[in-house]
Design a protein around this ligand. Structure first.
Ligand code: AMP
Ligand code: MG
Length: 183
């Protein structure tokens, strides 16, 4: 099937994390899938969402709550990882559209966790790395963080940094600029 280029699905993940390596017996797991679609023709952002995912092999540490604001109680109310992947496909047609994220982390974490759990990878073959595109477009020597990119182009950081839904919304704005906005 040909790729649908009507919208780009911007995704930003939050995962369980610690100051260093995971404690014995735990591993990094997705706890939030932030989504925002960019309507290519208009440059508008739509369908902002935050899907909370209940971890099975790890717990939300105090460090993780400080970073993301997410608590164990928040993610305990979330859905399973398999269900979250199915929702992405059904609701956003992620198999047919282009998947974008800021850096390679989000794609790799999906790949890792899908393999580890025997869950079907919810995206198609094409991934846009907005962090890399941004640096190339601006002829930077090094890639910059999302907050730095927003500052460089004079856009506000809306919402809470390190919350997936808000990060996806802000990344979609950066991608919109890179694609030249409305036309
Ligand atoms: P972000 O999209 O930048 O909010 O980061 C995605 C995920 O990467 C977070 O949910 C954490 O699991 C991990 N992460 C980001 N920054 C840090 C950090 N300073 N220390 C440990 N893990 C981090
Ligand atoms: Mg994030």
């Amino acid at each position: 099937m040909a790729k649908r280029l009507d919208r780009i699905v911007v995704v930003d993940l939050e995962s369980t994390c610690w100051e260093g390596n995971p404690p014995a017996g735990q591993e990094n797991e997705i706890i939030e899938v932030g989504v925002c679609t960019l309507v290519v023709h208009t440059g508008e952002r739509a369908d902002r969402a935050s899907i909370l995912v209940k971890p099975e092999r790890s717990q939300v540490s105090e460090f993780c709550t400080k970073l993301t604001t997410l608590t164990q109680a928040d993610v305990d109310a979330g859905i399973g990882f398999r269900e979250a992947c199915q929702r992405l496909q059904k609701q956003y047609a992620t198999k047919d559209r282009v998947f974008a994220s800021y850096g390679d982390y989000d794609r790799r974490q999906f790949e890792r966790q899908c393999t580890a759990r025997g869950v079907a990878y919810p995206f198609g073959p094409t991934h846009l790395n907005v962090k890399n595109l941004f640096a190339l477009h601006h002829r930077l020597e090094h890639e910059v963080g999302m907050d730095g990119a927003l500052r460089m182009i004079g856009l506000p950081l809306e919402g809470t940094h390190h919350r997936g839904g808000d990060d996806a919304w802000n990344i979609a704005a950066i991608l919109g600029r890179l694609l030249g906005g409305a036309r």
